[in-house]
Design a protein around this ligand. Structure first.
Ligand code: SF4
Length: 160
């Protein structure tokens, strides 16, 4: 399961379904392009993406055991935290203990620290089960009519 799927689970279940079923319009989104630019720009010197199973870490500090995730958003959101908790749990599943995370918000010039508690592990399993249930649906869930739909890569598909 990818970090993006966890992220979309919180953001919009329809988006989760469309993305997972490879209805991929993300490359057309200015938002996504800008996110990539900020991510690359912020870590130009130390950028070292690491792919483990289905996840891609922006940067992993092996010595300090810290996962760094860069978010271009100007708002801190719960979904970002769960995405990083998911990454920590994937590293744990590989036998790497004591990992924490840091979410860097270049626009806000802030960093949020992330840890994975026992309760989080249980909740994460529930979330992953719910993700599987959603992506197994024969049709996508309905549109959610949120203000941020206007900036979504699937806007045309959902509303036009
Ligand atoms: S436009 Fe709105 S309803 Fe459609 S996928 Fe995006 S966030 Fe979900």
């Amino acid at each position: 399961m990818t970090g993006t799927q966890i992220h979309y689970y919180f953001l919009c279940k329809r988006k989760l379904w469309l993305f997972t079923h490879k209805i991929d319009m993300e490359q057309n989104s200015d938002d996504v392009a800008m996110g990539k630019f900020i991510s690359e720009d912020s870590y130009k010197r130390e950028k070292k993406e690491i792919k483990i199973d289905d996840i891609v870490l922006d940067f992993y500090d092996e010595k300090a055991k810290i996962i760094h995730e860069v978010k271009k958003s100007d708002k801190m959101e719960e979904t970002h935290i769960w995405q990083v908790k998911h990454y920590i749990s994937v590293l744990e599943s590989k036998g790497i203990e004591g990992v924490t995370g840091e979410i860097d918000y270049p626009k806000l010039r802030q960093t949020v620290k992330v840890e994975l508690s026992d309760n989080d592990r249980l909740r994460l399993e529930e979330i992953k089960q719910e993700v599987r249930t959603i992506i197994d649906l024969p049709l996508p869930p309905g549109v959610i009519n949120k203000p941020f739909c206007k900036n979504c890569a699937y806007y045309d598909l959902c509303y036009i």
